[in-house]
Design a protein around this ligand. Structure first.
Ligand code: AHM
Ligand code: MG
Length: 349
């Protein structure tokens, strides 16, 4: 197929003038009158952490970092060596940035309050290595993060009130997926930009300047092994996906990696729906509100999609604890609205 002149020019321009993550973050700062560059420094620290973890993930099998580390986290799950490595990398990078007052990480029971002289005004909530059950077989895993600004910046007084806030108050969020390449998707509330780590440059370079999730999709993504415990609305939606009810008789495809980052990444790019519902065994679902549900819901909304608990907007949840969970259905607007409609019809909570 012939390549158009403008496409060729765009590729040539990207090769000689790559927009790196750091440069893009600066452009976001310039769009915020009065910004003093502190979020810029913080986002750069996250970018550096992601590069470090990307490299560790790629070397894990050779460097003896696979397998259990012999301890368990707050949810009683075994921690892998790479989980611990990633956690330390992000804690160190964020602390050293001098921009954070509180860190919440999936791997630690308690919030981490940053001491002077490293303290700043941002709260970062993160899952350093999500999808860790996939590490040992080399399947994609990722880092998820969300950022709040302290309620009283500069006051020196920071508490859990700064953290237990709805996702609508986040100022930035994103994830990095360590897959066939390492991909970073990020939002500061002005759309979603996507970057790919160029291993030769050691830089994230923009590859998806304005991610828009298709309004409708034909892929559903859910752990169907839990079907017997789902509510009637989720059961009906999945049955109808298979029957082709929403796709002129053609069944949807099922795709489920079991790493939220990978399943959401595909959903952002191809459309469809990703679900981790509540069920009889897990009445609040599995995924954690602060560092899994909120960042992904923020990204998906910024890409033009929707994210819901089934009955209300994910970002409006008020978290009651730092490791609290919530059900989630996110993706293409029309798919998520179908779920919401079925939930209403069956009176499912
Ligand atoms: P983790 O934080 O312990 O890795 O668990 C979260 C992961 C998500 O990435 C993924 O969507 C989900 O767990 C898969 O759970 P399941 O194995 O129950 O389908
Ligand atoms: Mg996780």
């Amino acid at each position: 197929m012939a390549t158009s002149a403008s496409a060729t020019e765009a590729v040539a321009a990207a090769e000689t003038d790559p927009l790196t993550l750091s440069a893009w973050i600066l452009t976001q700062q310039h769009k915020s009158p009065g910004a003093r560059g502190r979020l810029t420094v913080l986002l750069n620290a996250i970018g550096v952490g992601c590069k470090f973890v990307s490299s560790a993930v790629r070397r894990a099998g050779l460097a003896g970092m696979m397998g259990m580390a012999g301890s368990s986290n707050v949810q009683g799950e075994d921690q892998k060596k790479l989980d611990l490595v990633a956690n330390e990398v992000f804690k160190n990078s964020l602390r050293r940035s001098g921009q954070c007052c509180i860190l919440i990480t999936e791997e630690e029971d308690e919030p981490i309050f940053i001491e002077e002289p490293f303290r700043g005004d941002y709260i970062v909530v993160f899952d350093p290595l999500d999808g860790s059950s996939n590490i040992d077989c080399g399947v994609s895993v990722g880092t998820i993060f969300g950022i709040y600004k302290a309620k009283n910046p500069g006051s020196g007084k920071y508490s859990l009130d700064d953290v237990l806030r709805p996702g609508t108050e986040m100022v930035a969020a994103g994830y990095c997926m360590y897959g066939s390449m390492s991909y970073m998707m990020i939002t500061t509330g002005r759309g979603v930009a996507g970057f790919t780590l160029d291993p030769t440059l050691g830089e994230f370079v923009i590859t998806h300047p304005n991610v828009q999730i298709p309004t409708k999709g034909n892929i559903y993504s859910i752990n169907e092994g839990n079907a017997a415990n789902w509510d009637p609305a989720t059961k009906k939606y999945v049955e109808e996906c298979k029957a082709g009810t929403y796709n002129k008789g053609k069944p949807y495809s099922l795709r489920y990696v079991g790493s939220m980052v990978a399943d959401v990444h595909r959903t952002l790019l191809y459309g469809g729906i990703f679900c981790y519902p509540a069920d009889k065994k897990s009445p609040k679902g599995k995924l954690r509100v602060l560092y899994e549900v909120f960042p992904m819901a923020f990204l998906v909304e910024q890409a033009g999609g929707k994210s819901t608990t089934g009955t209300s907007r994910s970002l409006e949840i008020v978290p009651d604890s730092i490791h609290g969970r919530a059900p989630i259905y996110l993706g293409s607007k029309e798919e998520v609205e179908l779920i919401e409609k079925l939930k209403k019809e069956c009176g499912c909570a």
